[in-house]
Design a protein around this ligand. Structure first.
Ligand code: HEC
Ligand code: HEC
Length: 340
């Protein structure tokens, strides 16, 4: 190419640079967009993210550090991850966990699998926001027994945190940004690559065995499971009574609504990673998946609030085994492998 061609290219390149700048501007504003920091699995929708807490890499890094840091508890003895342990899909394999100083917590630790898709939080769904949810364990006497203002005082004394808050929110540590950063990290906890997903959403027909497929048929077609554990996340998000008790010690949603119709009503939990999140139910009272199926097959216990879809069904030993195998195929090892 001669010198003329060269200068022609140069002239062109001015325009080219201009276009590049415009494109860069747009791609930057896209980067700030909700999903670009999340890997959305095939078949999953894009989660809703509050407009005042869009995701960024720095926010996720800060939130993750806080989630695993014992600095959030009064005596610096436990972190969020002490109960929400990655290896158990962010639950803890205990009937009920203990907070600081071995204090008893009354409910079973739920998984945080796909938590960013939830519309309501806590076992009884009474908390409407993931950001607000962060304050609950911090203030709860039996968990961190601390105060968000005291957390922030500690963080302000730490150069590493000052630096991270600056990068993430252009601010010193504040209560608002502590809750927001942790919520940003929690929104990255997306799980959608189990063998079930590979079969169902990724067209890999050999990913499930014949027995697991029989179990899937029971779950989707023959039993009523899908009435409540529906959709990509195996939960319709409703807060209902599944007949666990005649009389509930923990009255569930009624503790806030004060309405008798909410007595014993709990949020329909996701069944993703269910094999590693036991024991089960709001109080961890059921130990195995076989026993969960026994509970449902007898139609639960009598309770005036028991949902109409909890009713007895016949199931053979082989079918029960198939259903358990199907539930176990919902485990996504890629979700936890980064932490192992
Ligand atoms: C002592 C154990 C423990 C610690 C520490 C703890 N949690 Fe939890 N977490 C629980 C239990 C138990 C529940 C269910 C509480 C309820 O329903 O009242 C829960 C519920 C949640 C939920 C709602 C889940 C859902 O399905 O609605 C989120 C989100 C959450 N915790 C995040 C956190 C974060 C963030 C921290 C740290 C700031 C934290 N947890 C610290 C035990 C713990
Ligand atoms: C009427 C709605 C409804 C139906 C139908 C239903 N479930 Fe549930 N399921 C729930 C609720 C609500 C809970 C949580 C109860 C609690 O926390 O005490 C739950 C909990 C579970 C759990 C424990 C999850 C955990 O993390 O603790 C499993 C496993 C489960 N269900 C499987 C099934 C299977 C299998 C079927 C079909 C045979 C089924 N469910 C049918 C509403 C339902």
């Amino acid at each position: 190419m001669g010198p003329i061609g060269y200068s022609k290219n140069l002239m062109l390149s001015n325009k080219y640079i201009f276009i590049c700048l415009i494109l860069a501007f747009f791609s930057l504003s896209f980067k700030n967009d909700k999903e670009s920091y999340l890997t959305i699995p095939t078949g999953f929708p894009t989660p809703l993210i509050p407009t005042d807490n869009s995701l960024s890499e720095d926010r996720i890094i800060l939130g993750k550090k806080l989630f695993f840091d014992k600095i959030l508890s009064r005596d610096s003895s436990i972190s969020c991850a002490s109960c929400h342990q990655p290896k158990y899909a962010f639950s803890d394999a205990l009937k009920t966990p203990k907070g600081i100083k071995e204090r008893e917590v009354l409910r079973n630790t739920p998984t945080l699998t796909n938590i960013g898709y939830n519309q309501s939080f806590l076992r009884d769904g009474v908390n409407p926001s993931l950001e607000a949810q962060v304050l609950v364990p911090i203030h709860e006497k039996n968990e961190f027994d601390f105060h968000i203002l005291l957390v922030v005082e500690r963080l302000k004394k730490r150069p590493d945190y000052n630096d991270l808050f600056q990068k993430a929110y252009n601010s010193i540590p504040t209560p608002n940004f502590v809750t927001k950063a942790i919520a940003c990290y929690e929104r990255t906890l997306i799980s959608g690559n189990s063998r079930f997903d590979q079969y169902y959403y990724q067209n890999s027909t050999s990913s499930l065995s014949i027995a697991e497929l029989r179990g899937m048929d029971l779950f989707f077609n023959k039993l009523n499971c899908i009435q409540c554990h529906s959709g990509f996340n195996f939960s319709n998000g409703e807060v209902v009574n599944n007949g666990l008790y005649n009389e509930y010690k923990d009255i569930g949603k009624m503790r806030v609504s004060l309405l008798e119709k909410d007595n014993g009503c709990f949020k329909v939990p996701t069944l993703r990673n269910i094999a590693i999140t036991g024991p089960y139910m709001h109080d961890g009272s059921i130990h195995t998946l076989e026993e969960v199926i026994d509970h449902y097959s007898k139609g639960g216990n009598d309770n005036k609030n028991r949902h109409e879809f909890i009713k007895p069904f016949d199931i053979t030993e082989r079918e029960k085994n198939d259903l358990v195998l199907f539930l176990k195929s919902l485990t996504d090892s890629s979700f936890i492998e980064d932490y192992l």
